[in-house]
Design a protein around this ligand. Structure first.
Ligand SMILES: Nc1nc2c(ncn2[C@@H]2O[C@H](COP(=O)(O)OP(=O)(O)O)[C@@H](O)[C@H]2O)c(=O)[nH]1
Ligand SMILES: [Mg+2]
Length: 333
């Protein structure tokens, strides 16, 4: 599970700055597990403290009382009743009537969660010929700009030429924020003055990427709600101008969801994802949340793969979503 297939073929090209990206190569899956573990620390400690309370060292009989208690603990991670029932019923099916230790229950829960989270692909959809255009959308403050910065950093350091487009022209601060990221990464950015048509910024960004022979374009957009018709139309316009320039673009429309919003993030985003033609999800701010269980209803209710998870505010705090590592990080110490 590479973060992104590295373009570099000449080993002399690798530099120290590749180490963060290298930490996400398949042979270093432990790196990803460690990262997820640290990002999910809040959820895990709530959950494990809670579940541990149910057990004594000599174990406990799996009966209705335990199953009810377990259900209540699972719910606290904001996974919702559906997924919590599925997990509880699986524990019942496999362990009812037995006296079991904590570890065995956690292992059962982890396996069930892994299967619930499994999805076809987390790989970014690439253009047949570069540049690949990625549009990033979501409500205000969900973590769009920060996720773009982190994503761009990893792409840049795996040998991809990245151009950023600051199409959130509502606030000068938003443009500045992305400009700071571009400077930090050392990649190109196209900006427009506050208030200019975001679609024109998107258009110019794609144009510049073509001129520069860039591999990836990532376009930031202003936060919006699905109910804001004019803003949704503006998003549609961005899509149109991008597609006009490159057939098949945008290749990905990534919806950024804020994990700290728990179930609210889901209700907010449901209609949005359809209206904006989203192709994948970035679940940001998992580190700040004790509600990491929210990923389960996200996988259940959206017909979209989770592509990345945000695990902090630093450049390296993003990971390709891997269901197995995620479930393990959620439940095991
Ligand atoms: N802890 C944490 N904070 C994040 C993460 N992603 C974004 N943030 C913070 O969330 C706030 C809003 O992020 P921003 O990218 O500006 O959101 P936007 O309005 O969607 O562009 C900022 O303070 C970010 O530093 C994350 O994965 N972890
Ligand atoms: Mg922003």
């Amino acid at each position: 599970m590479a973060f992104w297939r590295s373009k570099k073929t000449d080993p002399t090209e690798t530099s120290e700055s590749d180490s963060a990206a290298a930490a996400q190569k398949p042979e270093q899956a432990m790196g990803i597990l460690a990262k997820m573990r640290s990002g999910l620390q809040k959820t895990r400690s709530t959950l494990n403290t809670d579940i541990r309370d149910l057990f004594k060292s000599e174990g406990r009989l799996v009966d209705d009382a335990l199953l009810d208690d377990l259900f209540a603990k699972l719910i606290r991670t904001d996974m919702g009743t559906g997924p919590a029932e599925t997990i509880r019923d699986d524990v019942a099916k496999r362990l009812r009537g037995r006296v079991v230790k904590l570890d065995e229950v956690l292992e059962t829960i982890t396996e069930q969660t892994q299967s619930m989270l499994s999805q076809e692909s987390t790989e970014l959809r690439l253009a047949d010929s570069p540049p690949t255009v990625i549009l990033v959308v979501g409500v205000n403050g969900s973590g769009k700009t920060t996720s773009i910065g982190k994503l761009a950093y990893h792409l840049h350091h795996t040998g991809h030429k990245v151009v950023l487009g600051a199409a959130d022209t509502f606030r000068a601060a938003a443009v500045e924020q992305l400009t700071v990221w571009a400077g930090r990464i050392g990649c190109d950015i196209v900006t427009g003055n506050e208030g200019v048509d975001p679609a024109s910024v998107a258009y110019q960004t794609v144009e510049k990427a073509i001129d520069l022979g860039a591999d990836v374009v990532i376009i930031d957009t202003a936060g919006r709600l699905q109910t804001q018709t004019n803003l949704m139309q503006q998003l549609e316009k961005i899509r149109r101008v991008v597609e006009k320039k490159i057939e098949g673009a945008p290749h990905e429309v990534l919806l950024v969801l804020d994990a700290t919003a728990g179930q609210n993030a889901i209700s907010q985003a449901k209609g949005f994802s359809e209206a904006a033609g989203c192709t994948g999800i970035i679940l940001a701010k998992l580190d700040g949340s004790a509600k990491g269980g929210v990923i389960l209803p996200i996988r259940e209710q959206f017909q979209l793969p989770v592509k990345f998870v945000g695990l902090g505010e630093k450049v390296e705090d993003i990971a390709v979503f891997d269901p197995d590592s995620f479930a393990r990080a959620l439940f095991t110490e």
